[in-house]
Design a protein around this ligand. Structure first.
Ligand code: C5P
Length: 250
């Protein structure tokens, strides 16, 4: 069987610094990480900022090659978003999220700033991932904002815009993987939450998919939170999910 890179990014959804630090050390520390990456989002970043990231996810843990998804969902005027990107590139995130609805100029400013700042600091360029239509919005929510489109059509439209403006991929729901893979090509990153191991509790995820299904449809990365961090043994849970996704060298 072919070995694939570990696609599992663990969503560390907490404001508890000690808990986040322990969790990250247990799943990503040591010579062989159980995850492909760590996702820190608004909750953690607003509470602890850049110093919190450096504390909970320190260089020795990063050194194993584990990825870092900084899920900030930026959305503002181009100059401000570029400034936000500039402020976090030295944390060396592998991925940063940005709302595609911010428009072309904002997207291009973010792409340019990510490349320029990374070159200046001599670090890898963060990849930018677009947020298209939040899965919490349905057709009537879009209509209320003056967008008379079916959410799935709007996702495709915004993903195309993201790609045209130089973004590296998008966040998408399991149900959108196949259409986006067809529309956006083989290289486009598809980072997919809403993943549940076969036979596990879906929690509040209404349209969850298993790791294997999502990867087979074309997901490049899987965001998994509760099934890992609420498990009695988070490391074992992460490894089992990675194996389900086809990783066979853990
Ligand atoms: O615990 P669970 O595996 O459901 O966590 C999934 C992660 O992905 C959380 O960090 C959640 O915020 C994020 N996410 C999601 N659904 C979306 C977008 C993001 O579950 N549509």
């Amino acid at each position: 069987m072919r070995t694939r890179a570990n696609p599992v990014y663990c969503g560390v959804d907490t404001t508890d610094l000690a808990q986040a630090t322990r969790l990250i050390q247990s799943i990503a520390g040591g010579p062989s990480p159980a995850v492909g990456g760590i996702k820190l989002g608004l909750e953690f970043f607003l509470a602890h900022g850049a110093p919190g990231v450096r504390y909970a996810f320190p260089t020795p843990v990063r050194a194993t090659g584990v990825g870092f998804f900084l899920d900030l969902k930026l959305h503002d005027i181009p100059n401000t978003v570029a400034g936000g990107i500039r402020a976090v590139v030295d944390l060396e995130p592998t991925y940063i999220t940005i709302h595609v609805q911010g428009g072309r100029e904002m997207l291009r400013a973010a792409v340019a700033e990510a490349a320029e700042r990374a070159a200046r600091l001599g670090v890898a360029r963060p990849r930018l991932l677009g947020v298209t239509v939040l899965t919490s919005l349905d057709r009537s929510d879009l209509e209320a904002t003056g967008v008379p489109a079916d959410p799935s059509d709007q996702v495709l439209r915004l993903a195309g815009l993201a790609r045209d403006c130089g973004l590296d991929g998008v966040i998408c729901s399991p149900l959108e993987i196949a259409a986006l893979r067809r529309a956006c090509g083989a290289e486009f990153v598809l980072m997919v939450p809403g993943i549940r191991p076969a036979g596990s509790d879906a929690n509040d995820q209404k349209r969850a998919m298993t790791p294997r299904q999502a990867v087979d449809l074309g997901a490049t990365h899987l965001v998994v939170g509760r099934p890992i961090y609420k498990a009695d043994d988070p490391r074992a849970a992460a490894e089992a999910i990675a194996r389900e996704a086809g990783v066979n060298n853990l």
